[in-house]
Design a protein around this ligand. Structure first.
Ligand SMILES: NC(=O)c1ccc[n+]([C@@H]2O[C@H](COP(=O)([O-])OP(=O)(O)OC[C@H]3O[C@@H](n4cnc5c(N)ncnc54)[C@H](OP(=O)(O)O)[C@@H]3O)[C@@H](O)[C@H]2O)c1
Length: 270
């Protein structure tokens, strides 16, 4: 675990948060500002980014820079590379995601492709870009966001869950490759979190298990505490217990069926 005061020493003075305009991403930005890191904030909505950047630079006396773009665009990483050429990104937090909820064939193919681009293709390219520099410096950190839905097939969010599984497996592999080279890799595997995006998806209930939603502060606190320990954290005690049952005590087929039942209750209106 990296001490709060040591963040800038451990990772360098700049962090980039992709998907920073609200919810968990904005909470990461604030938590990193508290640790004294300068921030590059990336998302599509310029006004939200501008007001967050202004607030954090005044409150925490840090430098901020915003990049307004669509992370699913094919040239997104080239644009980020161009706009960060003069700063050393020591910590990459990839938080943005797209989740196309609903029966697979009722969503246009383009939605599934956009999930792949936003959740898998762009983070892969960003890691490739920044990790080269981190390896050369012998220090750095990479934090990816994933979801409990990624531990097994998850009906009605099948592509989203598959992209999030990609993030888990990628992060675990890189953690093992780089843990002796000064570059910390962590994937945060979260259950439901009360974010504007989650609330806007209008889930009926969290599948009859009671309200297990947690708040962004808890996700970010546990993820940043886990950096340097890796390769993954599952925020929230109940999420840890339920995912243990799903992964280790139930046959995989049963876990897929249970997850399908939960998601059907949440999202398929009868
Ligand atoms: N909320 C949950 O229940 C939950 C559960 C498990 C895992 N997670 C994971 O936690 C992360 C954050 O989730 P969230 O609920 O806070 O909301 P989100 O809607 O997934 O992401 C929010 C942030 O990402 C940005 N973003 C999304 N698509 C983008 C794009 N194409 N280009 C640029 N920026 C983009 C949004 O800003 P703009 O709209 O301004 O671009 C916003 O700042 C995601 O990786 C998600 O998979 C969330």
């Amino acid at each position: 675990m990296v001490d709060k005061a040591d963040f800038a020493v451990r990772y360098g003075s700049w962090a980039l948060v992709a998907g920073a305009s609200e919810g968990i991403g904005a909470t990461y930005a604030e938590a990193l500002a508290v640790r004294g890191l300068n921030l590059v904030l990336v998302a599509r909505r310029a006004e939200l980014l501008q007001s967050l950047a202004a607030k954090l630079s005044t409150k925490h006396k840090i430098e901020t820079r915003i990049i307004t773009l669509d992370l699913s665009a094919s040239n997104a990483v080239e644009q980020i590379a161009e706009e960060t050429r003069d700063v050393e990104i020591g910590l990459l937090v990839y938080n943005a995601a797209f989740s196309a909820i609903g029966p697979f064939l009722e969503r246009p193919l383009e939605d599934h492709i956009q999930e792949l681009r936003t959740n898998a293709f762009t983070p892969l390219k960003l890691i490739y870009l920044f990790a080269q520099q981190m390896m050369t410096r012998g220090r750095g950190g990479i934090l990816l966001m994933s979801s409990l839905s990624a531990f097994q097939g998850s009906a009605y969010i099948s592509t989203y869950a598959a992209t999030k599984a990609f993030n888990i497996v990628l992060a675990e592999g890189l953690w093992e490759e780089w843990r002796e080279r000064g570059v910390d890799v962590l994937v945060c595997i979260s259950g439901a979190v009360k974010t504007p995006n989650y609330v806007a998806s209008q889930p009926e209930q969290t599948g009859g298990l009671g309200d297990m939603t947690i708040v962004p502060d808890q996700v970010v606190r546990e993820a940043l505490d886990g950096l340097g320990k890796g390769p993954y954290v599952i925020p929230g005690r109940m999420n840890g217990i339920s995912s243990f049952v799903m992964r280790h005590l139930l046959p995989r087929k049963a876990a897929v069926k249970i997850m399908g039942r939960i998601l059907r209750k949440m999202y398929v209106k009868s």
